[in-house]
Design a protein around this ligand. Sequence first.
Ligand code: ZN
Length: 139
Amino acid sequence: MDYRAVETTDEYVARLSTGADWRAEIEALAEEVEADAGWFTALGSVRDAEMWFYDQEKKEYEPVYFDEHLEVAACVGNVSILDGERFAHTHAVLSRPDGTALAGHLDSAEVFAGEVHFRKFAEPLERAHHEPTDLDLWL
Ligand code: ZN
């Protein structure tokens, strides 16, 4: 395990724009407040989500598409630097009208409504290739 202390410098709340992409909105917020690292929680509703599942054997992401209206029952993630760009690593539990849930790595979804709480950290977090998992993890 690698760990470090982080210092929260600022906290923000944001309402995401209807019709925009969920993850891109969080990255735009990080850009706007010049956050090279941070942590967020969010909730709301989306349309047409693309979730990814990481196959640990194949070491590949498998996309799954849900072309429907979904509640964002819970969303959690962090912002760090990947290939020189701010990247919002985003996981979510999405729910259907009957209350059943879908969950995973949220790559994209069209915002219907979204509320975010974002905590900006003082020091940047950077991602780099991690051999054992073939993922881009924090250095
Ligand atoms: Zn993920």
